[in-house]
Design a protein around this ligand. Sequence first.
Ligand code: DX5
Ligand code: ZN
Length: 217
Amino acid sequence: MPAQISPSILSADFARLAEEARAVDGADWLHVDVMDNHFVPNLTLGAPVVEALSRATATPLDCHLMIEDPDRWAPRYVEAGAGSVTFHVEAAAAPVRLAREIRAKGARASMALKPGTPVEPYEDLLPELDMLLVMTVEPGFGGQAFLDIMLPKIRRTRQLIDKHGLEMWLQVDGGVSAETVERCAEAGADVFVAGSAVYGADDPAAAVRALRGQAEE
Ligand code: DX5
Ligand code: ZN
C-alpha cells in the first residue's frame, strides 16, 4: 500500500481550524486528537468540533480518541463525520464489540496501543480492525521526541499482520518527522501521523508531500 500521511490538527492554530484543515489539502487524512483530561492529562475538542471540521474540509477525518469510556463515545464520532475512529485498548471495556459497532456505523475501526501496551495479547483481535495505531510517544501532547524503543513493536506488529494475511493498516503517531519517518516505514508502518513536523513547517502541504516521499523511498 502507498504511504499515507495524516497531519495532526493538534499542532495547528485552534482559532483558525477550518483554514488550517485546508492548509494540508493533498493529505490522505486529517488526524483529530480528542482528549478528555482523564485518559490523558490534556483537553482538546469533542464531537461538535469534529462535525464542524467535517463540513470545512474534503479530507477524511482520522479521529484519535484519547478518552475514557470509548465504548460509550466512539460511535458519536462516526455520526459526527469521522472516516476512521481509533480508540485506546487500555480504555475500552469491550474492544471487539466496539470495533464492530464503529464498522457497522460506516467508519474504519482502529485500535491504539500506548507505548507500554504490548501487541501480542491482541493478535486474535486484529481481523476485527481496519488499522492498528502504535503510539511512538506517550499520548497527550504534540511535539514530543520519537521513542526509538517502539521500533521493535512496529516490526512485530507488521509480522503479525502479514502472518494472518490481513489488509489492515499500521499507523504510527508521535514524533514522526523527516528524521524518523524512514525508520517507521522500514519497520512496517504505512500510515504516518505528523503534527509539529507538518504544522510547524512554513508550507504544511509541502511538508506532507515530503514526508510521503520519504516514507515511500
Ligand atoms: C499525541 C497525539 C499526536 C500528536 C502528534 O498524543 O496523539 O497525534 O498530535 O504530534 P507530533 O507529531 O508533534 O508528535
Ligand atoms: Zn494522535
